[in-house]
Design a protein around this ligand. Structure first.
Ligand code: ATP
Ligand code: MG
Length: 305
């Protein structure tokens, strides 16, 4: 018996907007059943472009997307198993939130009675505001209505582009809890974010992207759990590099101004510090780092530990 295909598999997906902009550059990614995968990257990394290609909203130059084993083309039937909140949902301002949901659902040729209204209302949590005109909604309420729309069809795969962007902490919490509840009930989720803390909190897996390319990927616990690097600030960088080069159990020493990032291949942090001190190097900062944090901080250019 062959294993069922993963909810999402993208192969060498590439999108070039013009000669200058290679927005997505040969991206490979698999999201397995039950995962909540965070696509993490700075502004302009190619997150939204990737999600649009996955949903068949724009065509890639090359590469392909498989959703539950079926290749995505504009209007592919398998997209009925996918709920998404990417781009503005285009709600009608003078109609109520509820009426907007119904109109959108019926525009897809579906009977309103078959929509999962209870599930959607739980996600939206708009109470009586659901009967109010959409144009009176705050940004957070709009975002929640968008998420409600995404779950109306009981999706097996949910794709969300920066679902908490621009929200206050309480609204962020609401959206994150809704996503977590969906995931617990068996929905596979792919969401983009530029917040490391959000991905660590909500996601089981992460893929870090920059300039359209995959930087690192893995389970969040693998990416954060095993601390195999250490960030150091020292009195003398050259002397430190020299002392570290003599230490077996150190596999790499990289410049990470104003300090150094040391990859440990067996050595303990205390041995590294001892070797430096023994070599006459003053050690000012020692900080354990996680791979996810490293990959991300390097991208966003945060050099403070
Ligand atoms: N329609 C378009 N035409 C031309 N260039 C585009 C278009 N859409 C995106 N780009 C460019 O492609 C690159 C990737 O953009 P994209 O919106 O996918 O990034 P992102 O990771 O979603 O960023 P953000 O975090 O700011 O939302 C950027 O350089 C962007 O300017
Ligand atoms: Mg974007």
């Amino acid at each position: 018996m062959s294993a069922s295909p993963p909810p999402l598999s993208i192969e060498k997906l590439t999108k070039r907007f013009d000669k200058q902009v290679l927005a997505v550059d040969g991206l490979d990614l698999v999201v397995e059943e039950g995962q909540v995968l965070g696509l993490l990257g700075p502004n302009g990394a190619g997150k939204t472009t990737s999600l649009r290609m996955i949903l068949g909203l724009i065509r890639p130059q090359s590469g392909r997307t498989l959703v539950f084993g079926e290749e995505i083309l504009p209007g592919s039937p398998v997209l009925q198993k996918v709920g998404s909140l990417v781009d503005n949902p285009g709600f009608v301002p003078h109609l109520s939130g509820l009426r907007n949901l119904q109109l959108w659902w019926e525009a897809g040729g579906r009977r309103w009675a078959q929509a999962d209204l209870d599930g959607a209302l739980e996600v939206a949590d708009l109470g009586t505001a659901l009967g109010r005109k959409y144009r009176t909604y705050s940004h957070g309420m709009r975002q929640r209505l968008g998420l409600a729309q995404a779950v109306l069809g009981r999706p097996r795969l949910l794709i969300l582009d920066e679902p908490t962007s621009g929200l206050d902490p309480q609204q962020m919490r609401h959206i994150r809890e809704a996503v977590t509840r969906m995931a617990r009930s068996g929905t596979t989720v792919l969401l983009s974010s530029h917040l490391l803390s959000e991905v660590e909190e909500v996601c089981t897996h992460a893929a870090v992207v920059d300039k359209g390319r995959l930087v690192t990927t893995g389970s969040v616990s693998d990416l954060t759990g095993t601390t195999r690097t250490v960030y150091l600030e020292v009195s003398d960088l050259d002397l430190a590099r020299h002392a570290l080069s003599a230490l077996s159990g150190v596999t790499a020493v990289e410049d990470r101004p104003p300090g150094l990032l040391v990859t440990l291949g067996g050595a303990e942090r205390s041995e590294v510090v001892a070797a430096l001190v023994h070599g006459g190097v003053g050690v000012e900062t020692v900080q354990a780092r996680h791979r996810l944090e490293d990959a991300f901080l390097e991208l966003v250019g945060d050099h403070s530990p």
